[in-house]
Design a protein around this ligand. Structure first.
Ligand SMILES: Cc1ncc(COP(=O)(O)O)c(C=O)c1O
Length: 435
């Protein structure tokens, strides 16, 4: 968006940024009058002309477009200043390669515009929506954090109530500040032996809604974290049944559940259960670059344009194409490999079984909670060695120092390991485990 210089008043400022489609040639300079006066924050995709011309072939349109732009033999007078790698700082290019720099491109016409997508980004987002089962998907370059903030801002006006678990992620707290919504906290079940919280139940949500209704308060939305960091899933379908008859949208912080759609033995996704908005950290269990996430929408309770506008407010006007194309690539990787989670699931199941045989070691599972939570992510393994008088951080230190094992999360009583598509079994264990 920086290329549009939106907000500057001088009509002498030119840019190639809009209108993309009318640019007569690759090197034409087109006045950007519209973008000088009004930011494109209010544009809707519905009114945008479909651009089949810009939709690339291949199975990952954004990756293809990045590749083809980077391979052009052109004289560059655009940002970033490393100029497609020519002045890449050697200490970093030696580490990550020149390719990362030559593909670190700005919003060139053929690369579309994240905040008014009509070409390759629109195509890539539509493919993601189809794969993830949503009616619309947005690519995010500021993590699930900005997706949660946008979801709350788009559903809650100042003074509205947001029903939310007391242990929600910090991004929900900043969303409350940004939106002016008031929290109505519900307390998730807590297992003190593990020092770990579970999910929330439809009954808790129902009670909170009724309490607010009796007080004449307006509920803007209900937000639940499902799965939790430890993999505990809430009954999103039940929560939706409480909310939808009252016209209340359900937002799911699904940061840790982006992989759920890709194997029958994984829990069902928030969108499959009827949630209106689900925000997923594609960069967690799936394989996009850190900071890249997706926001999925379903149903018609939430205003599409409001979400787009809030996302533009919250994100950089210079979104990284490396991050964006990594989302496209991650989606492409999943769409080509139907059995991609077979092996991680087998590894996790075997590991869980082996751990449970070790005296003094316990593994977190659904019976650790009294509530009837529907599922726990089989790829999240949380162990406790408290019966061996080891606190979580002591067990973690021991595993790192003696075995070079690096965990995902350390608690006072437990250590959590994330099994993902990149998890491999050492050759020596393969035959032993029948993998
Ligand atoms: C439950 C939960 N929600 C949201 C987030 C924010 O995700 P991101 O890091 O993609 O912004 C996190 C990050 O760890 C998280 O654990």
């Amino acid at each position: 968006m920086a290329r549009c210089l939106a907000g500057r008043s001088s009509p002498a400022v030119f840019s190639r940024c809009t209108p993309h489609l009318e640019s007569p040639s690759r090197h034409a300079v087109v006045p950007c009058a519209a973008s000088l006066s009004t930011p494109r924050i209010s544009e809707t995709e519905a009114s945008a002309p479909e651009s089949s011309a810009l939709v690339q072939g291949g199975t990952a349109p954004l990756v293809c477009a990045l590749k083809s732009t980077a391979s052009q033999d052109v004289s560059c007078f655009h940002f970033p200043g490393h100029s497609r790698g020519k002045a890449a700082p050697p200490s970093l290019s030696e580490l990550i390669g020149l390719g990362a720099f030559s593909h670190d491109l700005p919003e060139l016409p053929e690369l579309d515009d994240l905040f008014s997508p009509k070409g390759v980004i629109l195509d890539a987002q539509r493919r993601a929506a189809e794969l993830f089962g949503s009616s619309k998907t947005w690519f995010l370059v500021n993590g699930t954090t900005c997706g949660i903030q946008a979801s709350v801002m788009a559903t809650c006006s100042p003074g509205d109530y947001l029903i939310v678990p007391r242990n929600c992620h910090i991004s929900v707290i900043s969303a409350l500040v940004l939106s002016g919504a008031v929290p109505k906290y519900i307390i998730p079940e807590y297992n003190s032996g593990w020092d770990i919280a579970g999910g929330v139940t439809p009954l808790q949500v129902d009670e909170a809604v009724k309490e607010l209704e009796e007080d004449g308060k307006r509920v803007g939305a209900v937000l639940v974290t499902s799965p939790t960091y430890h993999g505990v899933c809430s009954n999103v379908q039940g929560i939706v049944s409480v909310c939808h008859p009252r016209g209340i949208p359900v937002i799911v912080d699904e940061a840790h559940g982006a992989h759920f759609r890709f194997h029958d033995s994984l829990p069902s996704t928030a969108v499959e259960q009827g949630a209106d908005l689900a925000v997923q950290s594609t960069h967690k269990v799936l394989c996009s670059l850190t900071q890249s996430s997706m926001l999925h929408m379903a149903g018609d309770l939430v205003d599409v344009d409001k979400i787009s506008q809030c996302l533009q407010l919250l994100q950089s006007s210079s979104p990284s194409y490396l991050l964006l194309s990594s989302l496209d690539a991650a989606r492409d990787q999943l769409s080509k490999n139907a059995n991609i989670f077979d092996e991680p699931l087998a590894i996790a199941s075997e590991t869980r079984g082996q751990l449970m045989k070790i005296p003094g070691i316990s593994v977190l599972d659904l019976p650790c909670f009294a509530s009837d939570f529907p599922a726990i992510d089989p790829l999240r393994i949380t162990l406790s060695a408290s019966d061996l008088q080891l606190a979580g951080h002591e067990a973690d230190d021991l595993l790192f120092e003696d075995h070079k094992i690096v965990s995902e999360l350390v608690g006072t009583q437990a250590v959590t390991f994330a099994v993902s598509l990149g998890t491999r079994v050492r050759k020596t264990l393969r035959s032993l485990w029948n993998l």
